[in-house]
Design a protein around this ligand. Structure first.
Ligand code: PMP
Length: 416
């Protein structure tokens, strides 16, 4: 991991106490203690988040921005308070640049339909990389198909690192937008966003960063990164499902027409025409996931309390332990060996299908994901249909890694 906490922070980290704060981690699966290694898919939720959602519905529930009664005001202030927390969390210059979405996918589609679609001309290009999630490919293909533009990809190495010179070489005047994942959901690779943003900026090309896998593990500073759009999803950040964020520079937001229309995003409406509210409300038509964002605010408070430096250091130690442990497994092929890498491990074992592996591991209480991880082009690059993936969070332990390795040994014997 790229962030390092002091030894003191790690020494003070009491994993048993942390785990006690995540109710689901104490349950059993198939009579075995749950080993939850599917954190890149969705993370588990601390009691603070569960309580915040529960409390909202019990005590404060009302719609936002349209009621002057006490509950309406309390709901609005809790919802807008979450926006302040997220703005600080990613170091946005202003809270008005923080748009609430249902997740990264909606954030990407907002950029596709509100930013890219009105600008794209036949022959224009959108540059991504081979390691992108479908959420950072398919929305661009949809708008490219309508406009005659095309989506191109910068290549990666076999070890799963972006070839930066190749990315920069593709930044030609036809490129109207570049999109790169901050951390790969399959390989764990941490991409050099500052360097890419600098190259894009020098050519006047906006850079969108998919922060889905980064925000739960690395401190995010959109100003220091130098990107133009940053997307993240709340459910991987220990928050509720159905929450996400699009951050964008206010100059870009000001030029973007809304993509969804309806209530709460207008200034005036008549049958002769409608004028729109300013960002962020221009992009938030209809009743939002109010309780979800209250929960996301609680998740941000939780992460801040532990500290992303501490989270990074703990996960870094777990990743090193996991990496050594996986090397001891005969016939195991690891995908993604970048120098700068998060605690995500995609692998295959000779002669074992990824789905069989995941199913049998589940019987040992171990939850890993198997499949293409919404990254078909990356699977095509490696020439495999699927991999198994174990992805760690700070609440995982070395004992769980030992149990996972023992479960793999059992599965290999079973299938031998
Ligand atoms: N990008 C990446 C890198 C992801 O890992 C994911 C979730 N797997 C997404 C985008 C999409 O996130 P969501 O489904 O929450 O919109």
């Amino acid at each position: 991991m790229s962030t390092q906490a002091s030894r003191g922070d790690i020494a003070a980290f009491d994993v048993a106490r942390i785990r006690a704060g995540f109710p689901i981690l104490s349950r059993q699966v198939h009579g075995k203690p749950l080993v939850y290694f599917d954190n890149a898919n969705t993370s588990q939720k601390p009691i603070e988040v569960i309580d915040a959602v529960d409390r909202f519905y019990r005590e404060t529930n009302a719609n936002v921005a349209r009621a002057v009664h006490s509950l309406g005001e309390a709901a609005t202030s809790a919802y807008e308070g979450a926006r302040d927390k997220i703005a600080r969390f990613i170091n946005a210059p202003t809270r008005d640049e923080v748009i609430f979405t249902s997740g990264t996918t909606q954030a990407m589609n907002t950029v596709a339909y509100s930013y890219a679609l009105p600008r794209l001309q036949p022959g224009d290009e959108i540059l991504v990389t081979t390691m992108e999630h479908h959420a950072n490919i398919v929305p661009w293909q949809l708008v490219a198909a309508r406009t005659g533009a095309k989506v191109i990809a910068a290549p990666i190495t076999q070890s799963g690192e972006l070839i930066v010179e190749e990315f920069i070489a593709r930044l030609n005047p036809r490129v109207k937008l570049a999109g790169v994942t901050h951390v790969s959901n399959v390989l764990g690779t941490i991409n050099p966003i500052r360097e890419l943003a600098k190259a894009c900026r020098a050519r006047g090309i906006p850079l969108l960063v998919d922060g889905s896998q980064a925000a739960p593990h690395l401190a995010i500073d959109v100003q220091a990164l130098g990107c133009d759009f940053y997307a993240l999803t709340g459910h991987k950040l220990y928050g509720p499902t159905g929450t996400g964020v699009l951050w964008a520079r206010k100059e870009l937001l000001a030029e973007m027409p809304p993509f969804f229309g309806g209530g709460e995003m207008i200034r005036t409406v008549s049958f002769d025409g409608t004028t729109f509210a300013d960002a962020p409300h221009k992009f938030e038509a209809g009743t939002p996931n109010i309780a979800g964002f209250v929960g996301l605010g609680a998740a941000i408070d939780y992460v801040n309390r532990i500290g992303l430096d501490t989270i990074g250091a703990i996960e870094g130690e777990l990743a090193a332990y996991m990496s050594d442990a996986l090397k001891s497994v005969p016939g195991l092929r690891l995908f993604g060996e970048a120098k700068d890498k998060a605690a995500v491990f995609s692998f295959l074992i000779d002669g074992v299908h990824a789905h069989d592996l995941a199913t049998l591991l589940d019987h040992e209480g171990v939850a890993v994901r198997s499949g293409h991880h919404c990254a078909h082009p990356l699977m095509q690059f490696y020439g495999v249909p699927a991999t198994a993936r174990a992805s760690l969070a700070f609440y995982n332990t070395r004992e769980e890694i030992d149990a996972f390795i023992a479960a793999i040994a059992k599965v290999r014997k079973l299938l031998a």
